[in-house]
Design a protein around this ligand. Structure first.
Ligand code: MTE
Ligand code: MO
Length: 313
């Protein structure tokens, strides 16, 4: 293969969703009458094939090989649809993602509710290939499509008193069988410090592999904070609230000794039940060493200078 300079490559060339995967789905679909039926996915997942237009190549991308579309979309954590990895792909199709709006409010000059269509107009879409490290010890490489969360937050003009940002995700018992179980205090709430939320690495994602997000990955918009454990990346966000107090996240409420507010990827600070020193990349056999801040230390270490990262885990 010819070696191209990275500058000459358009995003769709970097990460074409492997053709054989598409063809296999298509063949299955012919056999079973519908893509959704054939894959055992709900209708929302079937709709999620829509290509996103005008994607630019964003900064900070890794050169590592992206995890397959199939693994990214069938091995998920989305507890609203059940606690095993395969339920979200089977059940999230029931979630209605249109119409969709996200309220951005709290300590801001201009609170506003954005229709998803208007969110998409706020900034050019970028492809960013980020590592995702789950606290349970596995990782993936995901070609997200989105733009920096900062672009949305600037629209509402945060007040000087705003120090934190809360993310509230959809709570819809009709379509979410998992919320009947008291696994978490629903809705799923996550939070960041305002400077973390405004950091250029922090992404509001609307797609992956050049397509709209499948429901199981958090359609129509979700948070991606690549230097933190995966659970910080709240899916299917309906409300963003700026506050002056550290948010109480769903995971902190469920188990404060296990899930801290910061949850920066840190191979030196173990979770009480799991070592965080190594990880298994989905699709690989041998374990890898987990990197400090998931490998994004050059960009984010300065956010935590002077902080004891064992205390603020
Ligand atoms: N609303 C909501 N968001 C969520 C979760 C969840 O259960 N509910 N799981 C989190 C966890 S633990 C991980 S690892 C990532 C997984 O994202 P992915 O399925 O797109 O890879 O989503 C996070 N966002
Ligand atoms: Mo996770």
């Amino acid at each position: 293969m010819l070696i191209k300079r990275r500058d000459d490559i358009v995003p769709s060339e970097i990460t074409p969703r492997p053709l054989f995967e598409r063809r296999r789905e298509f063949i299955k679909a012919l056999g079973a009458g519908s893509i959704a039926g054939a894959l055992g996915l709900g209708s929302g997942a079937a709709q999620a094939g829509a290509r996103l237009a005008g994607i630019q190549r964003g900064p900070f991308g890794t050169d590592e090989k992206p995890t397959s579309f199939k693994d990214i979309t069938t091995y998920n954590n989305f507890y609203e649809f059940g606690t095993d990895k395969y339920s979200p792909a089977e059940k999230a199709g029931r979630m209605k993602t249109q119409p969709w709006a996200v309220a951005v409010e709290g300590l801001v000059h201009k609170p506003r509710t954005f229709a998803i269509e208007d969110v998409l107009k706020l900034a050019p879409l970028e492809e960013r290939i980020y590592r995702l490290r789950c606290v349970e010890g596995w990782s993936m490489v995901i070609p997200w499509v989105g733009f920096p969360l900062e672009k949305l937050l600037r629209q509402v003009e945060p007040l000087g008193s705003a120090k934190y940002v809360e993310f509230w995700t959809l709570y819809d018992p009709k379509s979410m069988p998992g919320v009947r179980l008291p696994v978490l205090d629903w809705p799923y709430v996550e939070g960041l410090r305002l400077d973390e939320a405004l950091h250029p690495l922090t992404l509001l994602a609307v797609g992956l592999y050049g397509e709209e997000l499948p429901n199981q990955n958090g359609a129509p918009l979700r948070l991606v904070v690549p230097w933190k454990y995966g659970f910080k990346g709240a899916k299917s966000i309906v409300r963003i609230r700026l506050t002056d107090k550290q948010p109480e996240t769903a995971w902190m409420k469920a188990s404060p000794g296990e899930y801290g507010f910061y949850s920066n990827v840190n191979p030196e600070v173990d979770h009480p039940r799991w070592s965080q020193a190594t990880e298994r990349r989905i699709g690989e056999f041998f374990k890898r060493k987990t990197l400090m801040f998931n490998g994004y230390g050059d960009q984010v270490a300065r956010l935590y200078t002077g902080m004891d990262l064992r205390k603020y885990f």
